[in-house]
Design a protein around this ligand. Structure first.
Ligand SMILES: [Zn+2]
Ligand SMILES: [Zn+2]
Length: 263
């Protein structure tokens, strides 16, 4: 299995880096996790839209969904693509969210009632049940955030990835991510900062602690702000975690072989 990081910024893109978006590849199967602003150009550097099997959205905050709008235009109008409806799995309530978004962005120049449905096969996942996409089995777990948000555990043929999306500290995430080969975990709170975001986000020390408790081997820190402290973020994560730590950046590609994550 391979992970390609498409973004890694928090709620606003960092210079040269979009928000949340991760491409998971295994054989000829391709799955997009979240579709935040600024991630689509990076996605297209790695695959054609024709080869994308599905999109899964962790939650409905703008930094995880807004590139669904240009993705819709690509699927509808980009020359040379086969016209089809791309499966997209949204959290409960997501269908209504896209309906509202369509009303705003269609601006009357396109029909709003099928704005997204003509290019997406829209489904809401039931987080109590696993989801099957190609050979992947995908499990959901609620995170600690301001809106309903779901961590994803993607079990491939030989290896497993967990993506914790946006979350504050929650002990139940430790067992959810237990023994995964690769953990994608947010580090939104800048080092040594106390702020109101703490309830729904983690800092790098907490991210490293979570990785150690989950006994993963490899961590990608993501959803961070570009501050002068960024170089210390990785160091902070290693305070409690002895495995491999990467800082998310567009194009970072990690091969996971089920034994040990390798770059
Ligand atoms: Zn969020
Ligand atoms: Zn976010």
């Amino acid at each position: 299995m391979h992970l390609v990081v498409l973004g890694g910024s928090a709620a606003c893109p960092n210079p040269g880096q979009g928000c949340s978006g991760y491409l998971v590849l295994e054989g000829d199967a391709a799955l997009l996790l979240d579709c935040g602003p600024g991630t689509l150009p990076q996605l297209l550097q790695h695959i054609s839209l024709d080869t994308l099997d599905a999109v899964i959205i962790s939650h409905l905050h703008q930094d995880h969904v807004l590139d669904l709008v240009p993705l819709r235009y690509g699927l509808k109008y980009a020359p040379g693509l086969r016209r089809r409806r791309l499966p997209i799995w949204l959290p409960p309530g997501g269908r209504r969210y896209l309906d509202e978004l369509a009303r705003v962005v269609s601006l009357g120049s396109e029909r709003s009632d099928d704005f997204f449905t003509e290019t997406f096969e829209i489904q809401e996942y039931d987080p109590r049940h696993s989801l099957q996409v190609r050979s992947w089995s995908i499990l959901f777990h609620p995170t600690r955030h301001w809106v309903p948000c779901w961590a994803l555990r993607i079990e491939g043929r030989q290896s497993t990835i967990a993506y914790l999306a946006d979350t504050g500290w929650d002990n139940s995430l430790i067992s959810f991510a237990q023994d995964v080969d690769l953990l994608i975990v947010e580090a939104t709170i800048p080092p040594d900062v106390e702020n109101g975001a703490r309830e729904g986000h983690l800092d790098a020390v907490e991210a490293g602690r979570l990785a150690a408790l989950a006994r993963t081997r490899h961590v990608v820190l993501t959803h961070y702000w570009a501050t002068p402290d960024v170089p210390t973020v990785v160091l902070q994560a290693t305070r409690h975690f002895g495995g491999h730590v990467d800082l998310a950046r567009p194009g970072l590609t990690i091969t996971i072989d089920g034994q040990r994550g390798q770059r």
